[in-house]
Design a binder for this molecule. Structure first.
Ligand code: ADP
Length: 747
């Protein structure tokens, strides 16, 4: 024996304080139990201080500790001590729990040794306590951590051919805490196929070559649940032979599920991205395209490689680039939440594309931006259609505004919602005055019903459009004639939105028609009159001739027997009858003028010569001077033309000024459609107001001073009109008159 050991043993025997030191400093309690008197037991002070009690107040009785040990542990202790008492080779060695005075649990490792008498009968038991509470707490903590992480331990002891599974390893396998695995059952938990093959190979290799492993495999638990686990193993070799293989076993089902989910969602994203009908790009934080899909390539006409090389800046319309960059920066900084914009891009072939671009952020678990996903919807067609529509609306507005005919949009209650300038001019109201007025206010009352019926038919779909002549009342109160065309504009459901009305002014035409109608009535009446005049004058001539004959006979045969007065009366009667004869003659001539004749070539110079010859007596008597330029040869009616010149020349002589000899000038001009003649005199002239009247039959101005019938100029007018011409006079009272007439019979 070592001399120091021997010395220490001797010292302990001789000096009590040495033993006291040992037990106080190296143990947490010492007890010594009397088996022959089981109630008696000595406990050292540390025994009680460890459990929180004052040693001076504690009795040296076995019941003292039996009261504070956990009852289930007491049963275990009793069982163990009996085994040890019966068999010294069975160690009294256990972990038990005591209730500390403050209520907490104190874990005590308790070792005991039976002291036996010479016959081997145990008489005393010596026991020692170690406080393992801290250790136990750490163990518990580790267990809980492992449970939370679902990490267990395992060991394959090749020396003893046993398998150890930790509590958590058992929990993962869903077996009871008392389950005792062996190598074969352990391996059989792995899912048949790849998992089982892998673990078998791993274990084999670990045993044979010491290869460690770390694999993710699937097991089927005792409750038939499929689980992903991670098995880590390594081996321990002694003298070239594998002693044990041990390692960690972890339930990674959640992680695997998360991984699978991630993979699935990544795959989903990839497929969505690739197969999306809209264009999509994946952009990194610097704005560089890292991915573009097929649809986007098609939209912009570039290949993927071209796009990834060039980037978006070359594609954005130059006018939009600056703003786009600013907006994207704002969005990336989080100053704006949403990026949804309409932008112009340039297609590879140069044409403009209109995109609605939506950008979303891809963030990591901490909310930090990783990438951007941009989506491009092509709205070019819609945009172009919109532009076209705008253009055509513009065109329509311009056409509408500048149309020569009146145009108006009329709503369902008949108000004008929009009108153009022409319409305002037509009805005399401006746009402000028209506000609130309906077509009923302006339509002539007699035409209103007709319009309402037509409009109803339009509204109910009996017709799509209507045209009609309608009278409107102009602002001035005058009636105007309009041709109105109305069509309807329908909404998407076929309901009338409003009406489009066009208004053409036909007042002039209508008035002309009216004039013509009245004229034709007048003409018929005047024809009738002429007929009547002809018949009457014809029939009057015979009795007048008889009357004239008898009056002349009376004067010739019986004047010798008559007083002077009677002769005068007779003379007046004859003159009256002669005037009447002249009148009837003239009237007859006038009536005859209307009869249909044939055109002949007429030499106006010859006509004038004949007239002057016929009037030679009067010409000579009045000492008339003529200034006649050569006249044309015309197409006309010779007798009538002669009568025309004769009337005008004889009037020029008749209405001469008393103190002045007549001078008569006759001339003509060739016009585009015939000839115009002038016959000027230096006679008494005509008042302006009478210029028209003198051409009407029986109208005479100077009845007292000049004889006449008032038929001459009416005849002239009729003759000129027979030749499709016109006759008029320009005159100054006291200075003379010029008669103009035109002959339009030249073909
Ligand atoms: P009449 O000569 O028989 O009176 P007309 O029909 O020839 O009838 O003429 C109508 C009227 O026109 C005349 O009464 C006269 O007052 C006026 N008149 C016609 N010719 C002239 C003339 N050259 N100068 C002035 N007055 C004229």
């Amino acid at each position: 024996m070592n001399y120091l050991r021997k010395e220490l043993y001797e010292l302990i025997k001789s000096d009590e304080s040495i033993f006291d030191f040992i037990q106080e400093s190296s143990l947490d309690g010492l007890w010594y139990w009397d088996l022959e008197n089981m109630e008696e037991e000595w406990m050292n002070p540390k025994f009680w201080t460890t459990l929180g009690y004052d040693p001076t107040k504690m009795p040296h009785k076995a019941s003292a500790w039996q009261d504070i040990i956990f009852p289930e542990d007491l049963a275990l202790a009793v069982e163990n001590i009996q085994k040890h008492l019966a068999d010294p080779s069975f160690p009294y060695h256990q972990e038990v729990r005591y209730r500390h005075k403050n209520g907490s649990t104190v874990w005590i490792r308790c070792r005991g040794l039976a002291i036996r008498d010479k016959s081997g009968k145990p008489t005393r038991v010596l026991g020692a306590h170690t406080d393992i509470t801290q250790l136990k707490r750490k163990e518990q903590l580790l267990l809980e951590t492992n449970r939370a992480a679902r990490v267990g331990a395992w060991e394959l002891d090749l020396e003893n051919n046993t398998v150890f599974w930790s509590e958590i390893t058992k929990e993962i396998h869903e077996v009871s805490p008392g389950f005792q695995p062996d190598l074969a059952t352990g391996i059989n938990f792995y899912k048949e196929g790849k998992s089982r093959e892998t673990i078998t190979n791993c274990i084999d290799a670990a045993i044979a070559e010491g290869t460690s492993f770390d694999v993710e495999l699937q097991i089927i638990t005792a409750k038939k649940k499929e689980l992903w686990v991670r098995a880590i193993g390594q081996s321990e070799f002694r003298a070239g032979a594998c002693q044990r293989v041990y390692g960690v076993f972890q339930d990674i089902e959640n992680k695997k599920q998360a991984e699978t989910k991630l993979q699935e969602s990544e795959e989903q994203f990839r497929q969505t991205f690739e197969q999306a009908v809209v264009g999509m790009t994946l952009v990194d934080k610097k704005g560089t395209w890292i991915k573009v899909n097929d649809s986007f390539c098609k939209l912009v006409g570039y290949s993927r490689a071209e796009l990834l090389k060039s980037g978006y800046k070359n594609l954005v319309h130059p006018d939009d680039l600056k703003q786009s960059n600013e907006e994207l920066t704002q969005f990336a900084k989080g100053e704006v939440e949403v990026y949804l914009k309409e932008k112009r891009y340039i297609h590879k072939d140069g044409h403009i594309l209109y995109f609605i671009i939506g950008v979303s952020k891809v963030v990591d678990a901490h909310g930090r931006i990783q990438q951007f996903v941009a989506q491009y919807s092509d709205v070019t067609e819609r945009k172009l259609a919109e532009q076209k529509l705008f253009q055509s609306e513009l065109q329509f507005r311009e056409t509408f505004e500048n149309a020569i005919i009146g145009l108006g949009l009329v709503n369902k209650v008949g108000e004008w919602t929009t009108v153009n300038n022409s319409f305002c001019k037509l009805v005399g109201y401006n746009r402000v005055e028209l506000k609130g007025l309906t077509f009923r206010d302006l339509t002539h009352p007699e035409d209103l019903d007709k319009t309402v019926v037509q409009l109803n038919e339009l509204a109910t779909g009996k017709r799509n459009i209507f045209f009609q002549e309608t009278r409107f009342i102009h602002k001035s109160g005058k009636t105007i004639w309009l041709v109105i065309g109305v069509s309807k504009v329908l909404d998407g459901n076929g309901k009338v939105l409003h009406y489009v009305a066009q208004y053409s002014d036909v007042t002039e035409r209508k008035e002309a028609e009216e004039k013509a109608r009245k004229y034709s009535i007048l003409e018929a009446k005047s024809k009738e009159m002429e007929q009547f005049a002809y018949i009457t004058s014809h029939d009057l001539r015979e009795p007048l001739t008889t009357l004239k004959g008898y009056l002349s006979l009376l004067l010739e045969e019986f004047s010798a027997d008559m007083s002077e007065d009677a002769k005068d009366i007779l003379q007046f009667s004859i003159e009256g009858a002669n005037r009447m004869d002249e009148l009837i003659h003239g009237l007859l001539g006038y009536s005859r003028l209307s009869q249909v004749k044939t055109l002949e070539t007429v030499d106006c110079n010859k006509i004038i010569r004949d007239v002057l010859a016929d009037l030679s007596v009067s010409i000579a008597k009045n000492d008339v001077t003529f200034d006649i330029m050569p006249l044309p040869i015309i197409q006309g009616y010779p007798l009538e033309v002669k009568l025309l010149f004769q009337n005008l020349i004889s009037n020029a002589i008749k209405f001469r000024k008393k103190e002045q000899n007549p001078i008569i000038k006759i001339s003509h001009q060739v016009t585009s459609s015939g000839w115009q003649f002038q016959l000027a005199d230096n006679g008494i002239g005509i008042e302006d107001s009478e210029n028209e009247r003198i051409f009407h039959i029986f109208q005479r101005l100077n009845k007292q001073d000049y004889e006449g019938t008032g038929i001459g100029l009416a005849n002239c007018k009729k003759i000129v009109e027979l030749h499709n011409g016109e006759i008029w006079v320009e005159s100054e009272l006291g200075k003379g008159s010029t008669f103009y007439f035109s002959i339009l019979t030249r073909d």
